[in-house]
Write a protein that binds this ligand. Structure first.
Ligand code: GCB
Length: 594
């Protein structure tokens, strides 16, 4: 699926703005046909945004179940003879959509796009009523998982990921038009051959057969550098300007479809960064050169709008990444807005792109999530059906993000149970799937401390080892000397695997403004000392090819005794003010690495 764009042959109209919105706690709206008219008892709601924090009302913030969104839109009268498409960049966690009285599409999964061809349901020049039923309930068959429990106080939604279950229409909604004959997908894979580049392209089309497909590759100045004809081919780019970390140089691949008379039917502009990614022993190579990741695990998380995308905050976050000297981040723990991916391409920021499979581990918790009382993998919990949902989430992520040069590594899960036979059997086919979908990038998953070296049975499938470790925080809390010894010992054992290791999380909660002259967890000084200890360990082990501190900024979570107004492991506060740790990271990351 191609992201909507406006060009010589395509139009798109934003449906963002204020929609009508209603909670449907009894799930009665579908049977009652709420889509057939104005939503009953509705209020206004911003799109894009999470709905949770907008009203000042706990019943909305903690709501789980069905919510309804509705708007009205005019179909441009010039769109006769056009193919008309309704496109959602995401709906968290699943949605069903009606145009007037007709159901047009349903989609499972909260962080990837979906669309419906609504040509047959609309009349250009007329207004439509657009109704969306969004459901944010998590189950063992959703990605991420959760469960609804009966408690003496009523039903409660439980889940095992450490961020708030923000939901709604977080990203843009578009009404688009294309020619009936249109480009439906483009795949580019690039290579470097000395000073020259190679762009392998493959185009898919749909609708009436076009007669001619041509492609033109232009450089950043708009000069033609290569041309091709046909649905696939390899373009040679002499004297190429590669895409590289901190040098987000992009070419533009224009694909054109023409009819027998040579008239333009459809075109699409696909940006292309020419670069290679490779794992070589324990090294991670970009364009053949060893790359060391500096940066963070992030979240899409803001006051008021929750996981809603916001361009101004996106730019500011990237400015802070530059300020601090970060060259990368992980889209922990779900696919981010495509605006973020596009901007990372342009900025030369390197991404680890993660599927929303977080929380498939009933062993974690105790203090954070309370006793679990469930096995992770079983016919009643994470099962074959869950694996199919997980597989589909991987397919949709790769389909969406395969052409982004910024994405150098797929992460197919965060901290799942990985020390059991059941976990090995669950993940084996998912790794095979991801590698088959994209042979051009390494694939990995993020390992949890509960499955240390020698116990983990899933790491064998990954091209890269990604480790989250909290020595000095969740273990050896307050004792950095003990933590340093234990951490180095474990890391050395992992280094023996001969694969590159990226530390995808290390961090310590820190209450901004809390100070101490002695090593006191939660103080700003302790966070700095904790980071220094980690960095000493990383610098002693060659196989460590990256450090992504947890987290870029403080973020919202469920309530609990371990979370003081959310997770406070940010280098920045939630409103992006630096803690002492941000300055310490800046000193380290902005100096040239040895
Ligand atoms: C982890 C998780 C992350 C949590 C973090 C923490 O291992 O991957 O989602 O927020 O620990 O702060 O406990």
């Amino acid at each position: 699926m191609l992201r909507p764009q406006e060009n010589a042959s395509r139009e798109r109209k934003s449906l963002n703005g204020l929609w009508r919105f209603a909670l449907d706690g009894a799930s009665e709206g579908r049977a009652a046909g709420w889509f057939r008219g104005p939503l009953p008892a509705s209020r206004e709601m911003a799109v894009p945004a999470s709905f949770n924090d907008i009203p000042a009302d706990a019943a909305v913030r903690d709501f789980f179940g069905d919510v309804w969104y509705q708007t009205r839109a005019w179909v441009p009268r010039g769109w006769g003879e056009r193919r008309i498409v309704l496109h959602f960049e995401s709906a968290t966690h699943r949605a069903t959509v009606w145009v007037n009285d007709e159901e047009v599409v349903s989609h499972e999964g909260g962080y990837t796009p979906f669309e419906a061809d609504i040509t047959e349901h609309v009349v250009p020049g007329e207004e439509i009523r657009l109704t969306v039923l969004v459901n944010n309930t998590l189950s063992f068959q959703s990605i991420p998982p959760g469960v609804i429990e009966d408690t003496p106080a009523g039903k409660r939604q439980r889940y095992w990921h450490d961020f708030f279950n923000y939901a709604g229409l977080h990203r843009s909604v578009w009404l688009c038009s294309t020619s009936p004959a249109h480009v439906s997908d483009i795949t580019v894979v690039t290579d470097l051959d000395g000073g020259n580049g190679v762009v392998d392209y493959r185009v898919e089309t749909a609708g009436p057969e076009p007669v001619e497909t041509t492609v033109v590759l232009r450089d950043a100045d708009g000069m033609d550098v290569a041309r091709g004809a046909g649905l696939s081919g390899a373009l040679q780019v002499p004297d190429v300007h590669p895409w590289a970390p901190r040098n987000g140089y992009l070419y533009d691949l224009e694909v054109q479809l023409r009819d027998g008379a040579g008239a333009l039917l459809d075109c699409y502009h696909q940006s292309v960064g020419v670069r290679t990614v490779e794992v070589d022993g324990a090294r991670f190579l970009i364009n053949g050169a060893p790359f060391y990741f500096t940066g963070f695990g992030k979240h899409e998380d803001l006051a008021v709008i929750g996981k809603g995308h916001n361009d101004a905050f996106m730019l500011h976050d990237f400015e802070l990444l530059r300020w601090i000297g970060a060259n990368s981040f992980r889209t922990s723990h779900y696919p981010y807005s495509e605006d973020v991916l596009d901007y990372a391409d342009r900025q030369g920021v390197v991404l680890i792109d993660e599927v929303a499979a977080v929380g498939q581990n009933m062993g974690i918790g105790g203090g954070i999530f309370g006793a679990q009382g469930y096995p992770t993998f079983s016919p009643d919990t994470v099962n074959d059906e869950s694996r199919e949902v997980h597989a589909q989430a991987i397919r949709e992520l790769v389909a969406r993000d395969k052409n982004h040069p910024s994405v150098v590594l797929w992460s197919i899960a965060n901290e799942p149970e990985s020390d059991t036979e059941a976990s090995e059997n669950y993940f084996r086919p998912l790794f095979a799937l991801a590698k088959g979908l994209d042979p051009s990038r390494p694939v990995g998953f993020v390992n949890v401390m509960l499955a240390p070296h020698g116990k983990c049975r899933v790491s064998q499938f990954g091209d890269v080892l990604m480790l989250n470790r909290y020595y000095g925080w969740y273990v050896d809390s307050g004792d950095l000397q003990a933590a340093e010894i234990a951490w180095e010992e474990e890391l050395r054992a992992w280094a023996g695997e001969g694969k590159p290791i990226i530390i995808t999380e290390y961090g310590a909660d820190t209450y901004p403004g809390l100070h101490s002259v002695t090593p006191t967890p939660w103080s700003e000084e302790y966070q700095v000392d904790y980071l220094d200890m980690n960095h000493r360990v990383f610098d002693r082990i060659d196989a460590v090819v990256g450090e992504q501190m947890w987290n870029f900024a403080d973020f919202a979570t469920t309530s609990g005794p371990m979370r003081v107004g959310g997770n406070k492991k940010g280098a920045f506060t939630r409103d992006r003010q630096p803690k002492a740790a941000a300055h310490a990271l800046r000193r380290r990351w902005r100096r040239e690495r040895p």
